[in-house]
Design a protein around this ligand. Structure first.
Ligand code: CUA
Length: 194
C-alpha cells in the first residue's frame, strides 16, 4: 500500500466516523489537526529510528550509585576502554559521571568500530552528549546507561554534560579522541609498548 492510498483510506474512515457521529464542522477541523500531529510525531520517531539509528534505551539495569567506588564493574581501576573486546568485536567503554566530569577524563577509541558505552552516575542526574554524533544519553543515578554507536570520522570530540547538575555543569566535559583504525591500540598493548 503506498502512502497516498493509505492517506485516502484513513480520510475515508474519518469521513465515515464524522458522518455517523455528526461531528460539528469546527470539531472536525480540530480532529484533523490532532490526528495530523499524532501522525507527524509517530512518523518523526520512526524516521529518526530508521534513518539516524536513534533508539530509546532497550533495557533497564539498576546499580547502587552510592557504592560505585567500592568495587564491581565501575571501580576506578576498571574504567575506560576495556582491553578485551566483546564477542562480536564491539569495544566496551565504561565511564563514571560525577560532578563535574566523566571519568576517565580522556579516552581513545577507533573510528568505524562499534563502541558500547556503559555509564553510571555517582551522584546526581547527568547527560552524556558528543556533538555531531548520535551519542547522547541521560545518566540517571541508580541506573546503568548503555549506548552503542559507531564514530565514522576520526577527530577530537568533547563529551559534554547536557543535564543541569549543579554550579559546575557548564564545565563538565571530557575528551574523546577518535583515531583511525590503524593508529588505535588496545589499552593493554599501550601499556606493553610504553
Ligand atoms: Cu553533569 Cu551537567
Amino acid at each position: 500500500m503506498n502512502s497516498n492510498s493509505l492517506m485516502s483510506t484513513i480520510s475515508s474512515w474519518i469521513n465515515r466516523f464524522e458522518t455517523e457521529l455528526q461531528v460539528d464542522k469546527l470539531e472536525r477541523k480540530w480532529l484533523r489537526v490532532a490526528l495530523g500531529m499524532v501522525v507527524l510525531f509517530v512518523g518523526s520517531i520512526l524516521l529518526t529510528a530508521i534513518v539516524s539509528g536513534v533508539h530509546p534505551p532497550s533495557h533497564v539495569e539498576t546499580i547502587d550509585s552510592a557504592s560505585l567506588h567500592l568495587g564491581g564493574e565501575f571501580a576506578e581501576d576498571k574504567l575506560g576502554v576495556q582491553a578485551e573486546a566483546l564477542a562480536d568485536g564491539t569495544l566496551l567503554v565504561k565511564l563514571v559521571a560525577g560532578r563535574y566530569g566523566f571519568y576517565p577524563r580522556e579516552i581513545e577509541i577507533p573510528a568505524g568500530r562499534k563502541i558500547k558505552f556503559r555509564i553510571a552516575s555517582m551522584d546526581v542526574l547527568h547527560g552524556a552528549h558528543i556533538p555531531m554524533t548520535n551519542m547522547s544519553t541521560m545518566i540517571v543515578p541508580g541506573y546503568v546507561a548503555e549506548v552503542t554507536t559507531v564514530f565514522p570520522k576520526p577527530g577530537e570530540y568533547p563529551m559534554l554534560c547536557n543535564e543541569y547538575c549543579g554550579m559546575g555543569h557548564d564545565h563538565m566535559w571530557s575528551k574523546v579522541t577518535v583515531t583511525t583504525p590503524e593508529d588505535w591500540r588496545a589499552p593493554a598493548e599501550e601499556i606493553r609498548h610504553e
